[in-house]
Design a binder for this molecule. Structure first.
Ligand code: COA
Length: 165
């Protein structure tokens, strides 16, 4: 069974690779292949991913298959005011539609129990992700004409309130 667990340093090369592939597949049609590759090669270099792992405000998770391969990755970040952003959620495309992404989202939410809501940013045009997040209780609360993560392409901020247990 695929297991969701906290990411460790050993996972850095696999996560870097997964992000590079997922970004190219998802964002090339939206922001162009060259821009996508340039941003991803910079943001997702193994040393940057490793540095994020050491950041106490960030929590990173992976989904590991029984054969040890990495099927998914999620990272959430808490700012100084206690707001939590789901910064990344990427699964291998062989896992699309399997429920793994929902399991990873729930792992992130469970790790942040007690917070009133969680937010994220989706690039306009990433319709599969928008549909996924809507299905899981997120609503668009803001449209940004120029996102910082994708060189000026428009984005949506989505938020999901979290009921107290
Ligand atoms: C976003 C992601 C984690 C969702 O996981 P998933 O397993 O693909 O999600 P699901 O299949 O459960 O849900 C996607 C929904 O979008 C629908 N969908 C697929 N393509 C679509 C499109 N072009 N337009 C609208 N809806 C679409 C699917 O039918 C499905 O809805 P349904 O379950 O009602 O049929 C995954 O697709 C992924 O890793 N994408 C690449 C990285 C990414 O974009 N991450 C989000 C960054 S913010």
């Amino acid at each position: 069974m695929t297991q969701i667990r906290a990411m460790t340093e050993r996972d850095v090369p696999s996560v870097s690779r997964l992000l590079g592939e997922s970004w190219r597949r998802t964002y090339s049609p939206i922001i162009g292949a060259e821009t996508t590759a340039r941003i991803s090669d910079d943001y997702h270099a193994p040393q940057k991913i490793a540095a994020e792992l050491a950041d106490d405000n960030k929590m990173s998770f992976v989904a590991e298959r029984p054969d040890g391969s990495i099927a998914g990755y999620a990272m959430a970040e808490m700012d100084e005011t206690g707001n939590v952003m789901l910064d990344r959620l990427h699964i291998d495309n062989s896992e699309f539609g399997t429920g793994l992404a929902a399991d990873m989202l729930h792992a992130v939410l469970a790790a942040h129990s007690g917070i009133p809501s969680i937010a994220l940013e989706v690039i306009e045009g990433n319709d599969r992700a928008l549909a996924f997040y809507r299905k899981h209780g997120f609503e668009v609360v803001e449209r940004r004409p120029s996102s910082h993560g994708a060189e000026g392409h428009a984005s949506f901020i989505m938020r999901r309130p979290l009921p107290r247990a």
